[in-house]
Each structure stands twice: as structure tokens, then as C-alpha cells.
Design a protein around this ligand. Structure first.
Ligand SMILES: Nc1ncnc2c1ncn2[C@@H]1O[C@H](COP(=O)(O)OP(=O)(O)O)[C@@H](O)[C@H]1O
Ligand SMILES: [Mg+2]
Length: 286
């Protein structure tokens, strides 16, 4: 899925979270290391992404042997917390010169209350060599003694404009053709949830491109940014797109486009990469 391949791996790549990322970077810079952190808030806003990025940043090449990731929706009971986490992992030394280990308990609001109390003890006993990062959509499900051990950072809904801009970057990178209006619509529909927005984008790719090409006019192409114009060339079969452009030129009697079109047609017929000439036509003659 696109939202997975487009997951930022560094804190810097995470969008719309400037204040929170700054707060995290300040914590990373502390001489005694990060505190236990709780990333709370709405789904699809970058909590898991930020947790992994923190580990990447602190552990670098040592991440493999010092980062442990669990999703608490499947490992929620006291036995797991007491035995696996407390009895095993938390006790190990950091390896390879890493300053400490990091344990990510994703969706920690699914951990049972008695297991949360147990977790708090483990945090206290091993806090110097083991730092916990918890994520939770519903932080009020966490018991107070556990909450009070963590520095909580709230991830609210990401604003529509930030989401739309991010979608635009992804669309350009993957040569998807959408108008800015469409991207804003996907962003609005997602209500601050970036994962949902990216899914909206991905789900609309196949249906959109021919519909999109059918709606093009000379004026609409003219009004596009350079990147968008070039993207048209990549949005479907080049001969199909060329045919459509020829139709538009005839329909709108845009005879000033005849020579560039004829020239492009000639080059495309002899070309291995027809898209290249089509992109050039769109970019320099529309
Ligand atoms: N702030 C963000 N910046 C860039 N991409 C994001 C951001 N938040 C979420 N995403 C995208 O959405 C996907 C899901 O984000 P994730 O961190 O798993 O959300 P959460 O854990 O808050 O539910 C990520 O893989 C990434 O593609
Ligand atoms: Mg998550």
C-alpha cells in the first residue's frame, strides 16, 4: 500500500508536526536520553511513524539489536508484559555502543490495567537502559501511574492544506494525474487522517486518469504548473493521450498547435519512449 511505502523514516520528513517534532528533538538531545514517551491522538497522524523515526535517529545502525516493537492489540496481557518485556528484553544491555534500548508498545491503550501497572514498575527499574515509547489513540484508557511516568505528546488532526500538499508530492512522484481540486477533496474527506488521505488518493488512481484526460481543455492545460503538464504525458497510453490532444485541438480550433502536434506525432512514431516527446509537447507548447 502507498501509505506504507510512503512512510517517512526520519523525523524531518514528517509533515505538519513541527512543534511536536521540535519537542522530540529537544528530548533526544538531552544528555541522559529521552524520557519514556507517550504519543497520543488521532489515527493516521504519524504516531507510529514518529516512534520508529525516533529509534532510527537515536540508534542508527544499532537499531536492529536495540529496538523492539510490539503491537499491544495482540500482546496486551500481564504475562507478556511481565515475562517477555520485564523478564527478558528490559534486562538486556544495550548492544553495539547504543546509548539505550527502545521498546515501542504501539496501541498501548489496549494493554490491560494490571499489565499497565506491571509496565510502570518495569519502566522504573530499567529506565536508564530501556526507554519506552507508547502510542495510544485513547490515552484516557491508560492508568494514571503509567501516564505520570511518560512525557505525553499529543498528535492532533493534520490540517487539510498540509495533507493536500503532501498528496501532491506523492502524486507527482508516482506520476499520478490529479487536479489540485481533487487533491484538496481527498484531503478534506480524510478529516486530518493522513493514512486515509493517502488511501483516498491510491483508490482513485485507476478510475481517474481516463476521466481526467477526457475533461482536458486547452485552457485547463494552460493553467497547469509545469509538473502537472508533464504528468499528463505519464497518465495513460501515449498514443491515447496524443489522440485526445488532437481531438481537443480540432474541437477548439486551436490551429496554432498544428505544427507542434504534427512534429510530435512524427517523433513519437519513430520513438522508443513516446512519452518523452509527448511531455515535451505539453510542456513547451501548451
Ligand atoms: N505527519 C505525517 N507526515 C507524513 N506522513 C504521514 C504523517 N502521518 C501519517 N502519515 C502517513 O500515514 C501512514 C500512517 O501513519 P501512522 O504513523 O501509522 O499513524 P498513527 O500511528 O498515528 O495511526 C504513514 O505510513 C504515512 O504514510
Ligand atoms: Mg499507529
Amino acid at each position: 500500500m502507498l501509505f506504507e511505502t510512503e512512510r517517512p523514516s526520519t523525523l524531518k520528513q514528517i509533515v505538519g508536526r513541527d512543534k511536536e517534532i521540535k519537542q522530540i528533538q529537544d528530548m533526544i538531545a538531552r544528555p541522559d536520553g529521552i524520557p519514556h514517551i507517550l504519543l497520543s491522538g488521532k489515527a493516521g497522524t504519524g504516531k507510529t511513524t514518529a516512534a520508529i523515526a525516533i529509534a532510527n535517529e537515536i540508534l542508527g545502525d544499532n537499531k536492529k539489536s536495540n529496538f523492539f516493537e510490539f503491537n499491544a492489540s495482540s500482546t496486551r496481557g500481564i504475562d507478556f508484559i511481565r515475562n517477555e518485556i520485564g523478564g527478558e528484553i528490559a534486562k538486556r544491555r544495550p548492544l553495539g555502543g547504543a546509548p539505550y534500548k527502545i521498546i515501542l508498545l504501539d496501541e498501548a491503550d489496549n494493554i490491560t490495567a494490571d499489565a499497565q501497572m506491571c509496565l510502570r514498575r518495569i519502566m522504573e527499574l530499567n529506565g536508564r537502559t530501556t526507554k519506552f515509547i507508547l502510542t495510544a489513540n485513547y490515552p484516557f484508557k491508560l492508568v494514571t501511574p503509567l501516564l505520570s511516568r511518560c512525557v505525553q505528546i499529543q498528535f492532533d488532526a493534520i490540517d487539510t492544506k498540509t495533507i493536500a500538499n503532501h498528496l501532491k508530492r506523492i502524486a507527482i512522484k508516482h506520476k499520478m494525474v490529479f487536479t489540485d481540486q481533487q487533491l484538496i477533496q481527498f484531503a478534506k474527506m480524510a478529516n486530518g487522517d493522513m493514512r486515509l488521505a493517502i488511501n483516498n488518493l491510491e483508490g482513485n488512481v485507476s478510475s481517474s486518469s481516463s476521466e481526467f484526460i477526457d475533461k482536458l481543455t486547452i485552457a485547463s492545460i494552460n493553467s497547469m504548473e509545469r509538473d502537472e503538464k508533464i504528468n499528463i504525458a505519464f497518465s495513460a497510453d501515449p498514443d491515447y493521450i496524443f489522440g485526445k490532444l488532437w481531438e481537443i485541438v480540432q474541437k477548439e480550433k486551436a490551429w496554432d498547435k498544428l505544427v507542434p502536434l504534427a512534429d510530435c506525432n512524427h517523433k513519437m512514431n519513430n520513438a522508443v519512449h513516446k512519452t518523452l516527446f509527448l511531455a515535451n509537447l505539453l510542456e513547451s507548447h501548451f
